[in-house]
Write a protein that binds this ligand. Structure first.
Ligand code: SAM
Length: 290
């Protein structure tokens, strides 16, 4: 007889498959909250079961209790568990009105800066890099001559994420053909090169990007302020206290008039909301006199 995955009536488990009981789910949820501020609710039980079952198999463990005992005594497995439970869905030109705004409002400002100040943009939950390379392509332009404004300029894009595998993928910058489909042909032809396995971002785009592992709730080593920060589709995983804390820190990392782009179902709360002016759907500008 098949047993049912906890929290679902639709996913029968093979006979003898480990069951994720409430106590073990509670232990997982506490670790996710403590380590990543990710707020796991009961509706995620099936997902947790499926993703952690792979870790149990890898370690030859027969129960979630044994696995949680391992996690609680082994820092590396704890990190692996947190990584396994992150959701890394992303794509090129996701929520493309943000990139229209970047091209129409931020880019002209950067190009016309008489002081030629350093340009800094941060993709703060970058996943596998599609977001940061979309930003890179928008800065480089859809015609080689449009990239000339960068000559002699200090332009750097920071891409960070909690999950090491996706940060490595950002560094690799190799994307399957299906992944590249949303990229307009003019950008793709200029800034991506066909290779076995898909398309790789060309050196001119890769050289702009520094990819690092960074937990948004750990100390941030960056000293520079940012012209724009993308923090999209990650705050949905946090509770309101964590969101307010993070947003306040993000606002403090912006240059005057800097832009903050957040995900379509996210909103600004707490002190950050008072310092930012809305300038489009999920787009905010740091108000004068923060
Ligand atoms: C759904 S993806 C969003 C990717 C991209 N920003 C986008 O909108 O397409 C969310 C990312 O947030 C990362 N993440 C989750 N919690 C995090 C934390 N506490 N610190 C840093 N990154 C985190 C995950 O690893 C995942 O790659």
């Amino acid at each position: 007889m098949a047993t049912l995955a906890p929290g679902t009536s639709a996913s029968p488990l093979p006979e003898g498959a480990p069951v994720l009981g409430d106590a073990e789910f509670g232990r997982v949820a506490r670790i996710m909250q403590d380590d990543a501020r990710i707020h796991l609710t009961e509706v995620k039980k099936t997902l947790v079961h499926s993703r952690l079952s792979r870790r149990l198999r890898l370690h030859g463990l027969a129960s979630f209790k044994a696995y949680l005992d391992l996690v609680e005594s082994n820092t590396e497995e704890r990190r692996q568990m947190v990584t396994a439970l992150t959701t890394n869905h992303t794509h090129f030109f996701r929520e493309d009105h943000h990139f229209d705004h970047l091209r129409e409002h931020l880019l002209p400002r950067l190009k016309s800066d008489p002081n030629r100040s350093p340009v800094r943009i941060w993709s703060s939950a970058c996943s596998s890099g599609e977001e940061v390379y979309t930003i890179a392509m928008c800065l480089l332009g859809d015609d080689r001559s449009k990239a000339q404004w960068m000559n002699g300029r200090d332009v750097k894009l920071l891409a960070t994420d909690l999950s090491e595998p996706v940060v490595n993928a950002t560094r690799e910058a190799l994307y399957a053909e299906s992944t590249v489909a949303p990229v307009p042909a003019a950008y793709r032809d200029l800034w991506m090169r066909r290779e076995e396995g898909g398309y790789r971002m060309v050196e001119a785009a890769r050289a702009l990007v520094t990819a690092r592992v960074l937990n948004l709730f750990h100390e941030w080593p960056m000293r520079m302020r940012y012209d724009a920060i993308f923090c999209r589709n990650v705050m949905i995983y946090f509770d309101d206290t964590a969101k307010a804390e993070l947003e306040a820190k993000l606002v403090n990392m912006l240059k005057p008039e800097g832009f903050l782009y957040i995900g379509h179902s996210e909103r600004l709360i707490g002190p950050a909301a008072e310092k930012m002016v809305s300038c489009g759907n999920t787009i905010y500008r740091l108000a004068d006199g923060r």
